[in-house]
Design a protein around this ligand. Structure first.
Ligand SMILES: *Cc1c(COP(=O)(O)O)cnc(C)c1O
Length: 382
């Protein structure tokens, strides 16, 4: 009887750091400083050092990180925010909450990340249409693979747009030797438990090299407070990172480098077994994938259903990220249709991927042999 292989494992790590976790959590309980304890600032320093960026601001979730970043730019009514149609819902939700309009961009068939030619085309369409002002691009580093940040930065510089990196799935990834957090004007991280750096609850952060933006983020996460606590300088929100989550994240930071290395080994084992047989996410030159997920592309929905059933039979976890493109979601479809006069162009790659992708077990507490076994089960079911 072979052991099951889980899609994620958010508990194995605890055994390595349990005494430190217990000690740290007890220290917060003893201090009573549950909000804005010193551990939050300590964690922010460790985080910025890890990414190699100047500032890290801890916030309450990845979604709130995206929202605070856009609030700081004044994104709102009349603004077009360009983002991929094939991503998690939070990326599109935030511009809508702020009254802006998401403009969905197709993704590349090989990297699953935003298609730069399609981005250019849709920016030109929005400009020609004239009703919305191109304001921001949210690049998502899907499944841990950095988007084409050189191209996104160049487009945003040319158009005077804000470049926001939704790095929620990709903390630890790098592009041309620079870790995420230093690409775009700012990067949003999520510490949802299954992400590459996960808390035991919700949490997130904003990374930036820009001191003025970091100051704004700190103000916005605390109700827009000014120099003194009861001076409200701008409309903000309650978006702080809890002290307990910060101290848990501090305990985990020491393991992160080794965990990322193991994720890369597992990713390489999958690539070796699967490339040429099924579609695998291609790592472009200079991109270092953090492997938040390992996702394959199968020829069609029927094959995927067969592979899913076979993996289920073998007690090997799998999941579909994502089954529906965002422009087809009931909450977003009408906004999408109205975003460009006469209706925006189709998003064929995003739509096709939703029927074809399948994510396989990926976490740092599995072995290359586990990956080989999962891959063999996939191939046997084709
Ligand atoms: C997880 C995720 C988010 C949201 O993060 P939360 O911490 O759950 O709010 C945003 N964008 C992407 C791409 C994600 O995967």
């Amino acid at each position: 009887m072979t052991a099951p292989i889980a899609l994620f494992d958010v508990k194995a790590q605890q055994a390595l750091i349990r005494p430190e976790l217990d000690r740290r959590i007890a220290a917060v309980l003893d201090s009573g400083r549950f909000i804005n304890g010193p551990e939050v600032g300590e964690f922010e320093e460790r985080l910025a050092a890890f990414a190699g960026c100047a500032h890290a601001v801890g916030v309450s979730s990845g979604t709130d990180a995206l929202q605070i970043a856009m609030m700081a730019e004044g994104v709102g009514r009349g603004d077009a925010v360009f983002l991929p149609a094939f991503t998690y819902t939070a990326t599109a939700e935030v511009p809508l909450v702020l009254g802006a309009t998401p403009v969905f961009v197709d993704v590349e068939a090989e990297t699953f990340n935003i298609d730069i030619a399609d981005l250019e085309r849709r920016i030109a369409l929005v400009k020609k249409d004239g009703r919305l002002r191109p304001r921001a691009v949210v690049g998502v580093d899907l499944f841990g693979l950095p988007a084409d940040w050189q191209a996104i930065e160049a487009i945003c510089a040319r158009e005077g747009m804000f470049a926001l990196d939704d790095a929620a799935q990709a903390f630890g990834a790098a592009l041309h030797g620079k870790r995420l957090g230093r690409w775009g004007h700012a990067a949003a991280l999520s510490f949802y438990p299954t992400k590459t750096l996960g808390a035991y609850g919700d949490g997130g952060a904003l990374l930036t090299d820009d001191a003025a933006r970091a100051d704004l983020y700190r103000s916005l996460r605390t109700h827009g407070e000014g120099k003194t606590r009861y001076e409200v300088e701008r409309t903000g929100m309650n978006g702080r990172l809890d002290t307990i989550q910060a101290t848990i994240l501090l305990a985990k930071m020491g393991l992160l480098e080794g965990e990322l290395a193991q994720r890369r080994r597992v990713g390489a084992a999958y690539d070796a077994a699967l490339s040429g047989r099924v579609g695998v996410q291609r790592n472009p030159t200079g991109a270092e994938n953090a492997y938040g997920l390992y996702t394959i592309r199968l020829p069609e929905a029927a094959t995927r259903a067969r592979v899913q059933a076979a993996l289920g039979e073998a007690k090997i976890g799998c999941g579909i990220y994502y089954p529906k493109a965002l422009h087809h979601q009931p909450a977003y479809a009408a906004h999408h249709a109205a975003s460009v006069a006469g209706g925006p162009p189709a998003l064929p790659v995003s739509e096709a991927l939703c029927h074809q992708v399948l994510s396989l077990p990926m976490h740092p507490y599995m072995s290359e042999a586990d990956a080989a076994r999962a891959a063999a089960a996939v191939l046997a079911a084709l």
